[in-house]
Design a protein around this ligand. Structure first.
Ligand code: NAD
Ligand code: DAU
Length: 354
């Protein structure tokens, strides 16, 4: 069995579907079900005997320890986090608690469990930490892409908390010998993403006839990675990654935000044309910039390609079309957007258009 923290969220849920589609090995999802955790994303596997779920907070070390003792997993993949940059600006406390304190509690629970394993199981055990390219900070248009040796320079409360968690994971390997692996990936997109992130938010607002709020001048660049490509990379690192190493995972898809929004509007114009014949582009509205907004992210993914043979399979064009189609086909899932207090803050920070 493998344990997956935070797998009722976007990437973790996609990972569950990927894993159970490929392997016989059971999974146990450990998730607190915050606003971002949604069991509906796991509904397609709910009756699969290989799927198990436990609602818990990763800060609750005794609860994690009890599950480790009962199920004796051979690996833990750590997806759980507070993950949205705007929320971290609004309220950084939850990010420090879950991403820093939570990772610490998890590492300590795992260290005690791992230390008590018989030698062969101890040697085979893996702790895989899922992290972000945001720990490397912001690139200028001419800077080379982030490599695994780019110095850390996090700029938001979110990325600072993820950087802290990366350092804890690294330290538990060097100090205690814990068998860890870390992945740092770029912006994911695809099915089951909570509609507060750029791509699902724009699809949701476009269909609702609402403004499409582009922060600042819309020229910030992100390197888009289709979530199933990311899941394949994680499975590959778990299988063959070198202990203590970090692997950058990126889609080789650097796109300016405004171009992303234009492409989404054009896809929706084709797939769900408006009754009045106008383009969704008319809904685009420039709003205030995000405080501390990183200008550009770009991943150099040559290490994972060279060492583990992983490359992304999806182009941005094919991945985005699949994503738009998924949101069009799953309006009920999208309806479960909540959190009024956060929406109010977004309205205040970015204006009525957001
Ligand atoms: P998400 O916000 O969609 O899901 C996070 C999940 O963690 C939710 O199911 C939530 O309920 C759970 N969770 C939060 N706090 C918890 C706690 N204290 N205890 C237990 N569970 C808790 O996040 P995501 O987009 O799926 O990201 C997954 C991981 O990948 C995160 O670590 C994130 O930092 C990292 N990451 C995400 C992206 C991206 O583009 N989404 C890119 C790079 C890295
Ligand atoms: O790079 C990896 C990171 O990507 C992950 O670690 C984070 O968990 C994930 O949330 C994502 O962070 P970003 O801040 O890049 O993603 P977001 O979707 O919030 O924003 C993408 C870009 O779009 C960013 O430049 C801000 C801009 N934006 C975002 C929203 C929500 C807008 O212009 N308008 C919006 O309404």
């Amino acid at each position: 069995m493998i344990f997956l923290t935070g797998a009722a969220g976007f990437i973790g849920a996609n990972f569950v579907h990927h894993w159970l589609g490929q392997k016989d090995e059971p999974v146990l999802v450990l998730d607190a079900l915050t606003y971002a955790g949604n069991l509906e994303s796991l509904a397609p596997v709910a009756s699969d005997p290989r799927y198990h779920f436990a609602q818990l907070d990763i800060c609750d070390r005794p609860a994690v320890t009890a599950l480790l003792t009962t199920h004796r997993p051979r690996a833990l993949l750590h997806f759980a986090a507070e993950s949205h940059v705007d929320r971290s600006i609004h309220g950084p406390g939850d990010f420090i608690r879950t991403n820093v304190q939570g990772t610490f509690e998890l590492l300590e629970a795992i260290r005690a469990y791992w230390a008590g394993l018989p030698a062969p199981e101890k040697a085979a055990f893996r702790f895989l930490h899922v992290s972000t390219d945001e720990v490397y900070g912001s690139l200028s248009p001419t800077d080379p892409a982030f490599t695994e040796t780019t110095p850390y320079a996090p700029n938001s409360p979110y990325s600072a908390s993820k950087a802290a968690s990366d350092h804890l994971v690294r330290a538990w390997h060097h100090t205690y010998g814990l068998p860890v692996l870390t992945t740092n990936c770029s912006n994911n997109y695809g099915p089951y993403q909570f509609p507060e992130k750029l791509i699902p938010l724009m699809i949701h607002n476009a269909l609702a006839g609402k403004p499409l709020p582009v922060y600042g001048d819309g020229q910030n660049v992100r390197d888009w990675l289709y979530v199933q490509d990311h899941c394949r990379a994680i499975a590959r690192v778990l299988e063959a990654g070198r202990l203590g190493e970090t692997y950058n995972v990126g889609g080789c898809n650097e796109v300016k935000n405004l171009d992303v929004v234009h492409t989404l509007c054009d896809l929706l114009d084709q797939l769900r044309p408006k009754m009045d014949g106008s383009s969704y582009r008319a809904q685009i509205t420039f709003v205030a910039d995000r405080p501390g907004h990183d200008r550009r992210y770009a991943i150099d993914a040559r290490k994972i390609e060279r060492e583990l043979g992983w490359t992304p399979q999806e182009t941005f064009a094919t991945g985005l079309r699949k994503t738009v189609q998924w949101y069009l086909d799953n309006p009920d899932w999208v309806e479960h957007v909540t959190s009024g207090a956060y929406r109010q803050w977004v309205g205040k920070q970015y204006g009525a258009a957001a």
